[in-house]
Design a protein around this ligand. Structure first.
Ligand code: F6P
Length: 340
């Protein structure tokens, strides 16, 4: 079989490890041929496709980013399934392995509905995809955020300041919750759980009164009840989702104004997505890659590889894309019992 690989959406540590897993097992066990589609769905509609021999993927499990490049381009704005099928026919590509998050896998599901042979691999640092217990990239992002918060804590303590840290998480608070718990934050703010301004200031003041330098971790998608974030629609991405940001700065100003405690904000941003994957993410991504090529060989079209417990399984793409996996309130409460 001739198989096209693409990585789409935001990048994520572990993408290259998936590519390596697919190609090495596919070459050795099944004798498939592989091509790389450059820049996500952009390469598929613009016919930007290169050979992907096993020599090209050697040593990739520890390399950040993606050798194929990525984009948030939607194929449905550029000819849709018809154009995709035309390009696949030209290159005699039998099937696609689409590695991506919610947006990418939704496109893959639509391709499948239109008769294109496709298998999905879930990726996102946000860990918000349903039907899989984990996505690779999350562990690395949490490690980077935790180390950063640990560093910010010591400078906060030196100056008796409150330190606010804004982490990624447009719609869910998994990174904020895990990095906040790991670093012993005094406040964790996530989109799923409403928290008032008074509660935030109360926890910060309480920590200060106990002689601690308060640490507040806030997910970029958090907003106070009744105050949706003023998203910058001029910077909407290809899926039409407006860019967020600035909540860390807002929380910082609130704390200073209401408590008088000197406060600084740090927005970690894309530091959480860059660099080498953690060993956990390398292993998960490699397992996803080898399982994806098994799924293609078994012609399990319209499925996605997923982690359930310690097992890699195949799930329906529809189940993976029907709803986001949000943080259950009781998991946030496990952390909140220690706030302040
Ligand atoms: O979906 C992953 C993610 O990292 C989100 O947490 C974040 O909101 C978004 O991507 C940022 O996207 P971009 O790189 O396009 O600014």
């Amino acid at each position: 079989m001739k198989i096209g690989l693409l990585t789409a959406g935001g990048d994520c540590p572990g993408l290259n490890a998936v590519i390596r897993g697919v190609v090495l097992k596919g070459d050795r066990i099944y004798e498939h041929e592989f091509v790389g589609i450059k820049g996500g769905f952009r390469g598929l509609v613009q016919d930007d496709i290169v050979p992907l021999p096993r020599q090209r993927v050697r040593g990739l499990s520890k390399v950040g980013g993606t050798i194929l490049g990525t984009s948030r381009v939607s194929p449905f704005d550029h000819g849709g399934t018809e154009r995709v099928q035309e390009v696949m026919d030209k290159h005699q590509i039998d099937a696609l392995v689409a590695i991506g998050g919610e947006g990418t896998l939704t496109v893959a599901r639509m391709f499948h509905d239109d008769g294109i042979h496709v298998v999905g691999v879930p990726k996102t640092i946000d860990n918000d995809l349903s039907a899989t217990d984990r996505t690779f990239g999350f562990d690395t992002a949490v490690s980077v955020a935790t180390e950063s918060i640990d560093r910010l804590r010591t400078t906060g303590e030196a100056h008796s300041r409150c330190m606010v840290v804004e982490v990624m998480g447009r719609q869910v608070g998994w990174i904020a919750l895990h990095a906040g718990m790991a670093s012993g934050a005094h406040v964790i703010l996530i989109p799923e759980v409403p928290v008032t301004r008074e509660q935030v200031c109360g926890w910060v003041q309480h920590a200060m009164d106990r002689g601690r330098a308060p640490v507040v971790v806030v997910a970029e998608g958090f907003s106070f009840p009744g105050e949706e974030q003023q998203a910058d629609t001029r910077q909407a991405d290809a899926l039409g989702r407006p860019r967020l940001g600035g909540i860390g700065e807002q929380v910082t100003r609130l704390i200073e104004e209401q408590t008088g405690i000197e406060t600084r904000n740090t927005t970690l941003g894309h530091l959480q997505r860059g660099g080498v994957p953690s060993s956990y993410d390398r292993v998960l991504a490699t397992r996803f890659g080898t399982a994806a090529v098994d799924a293609v060989s078994a012609k399990l079209w319209g499925t996605m590889v997923a982690l359930q417990g310690i097992d890699i399984v195949n799930v329906n793409l529809r189940d993976a894309t029907s709803a986001l996996k949000t943080v259950p309130r009781d998991q946030w409460e496990e952390a909140a019992i220690l706030f302040g």
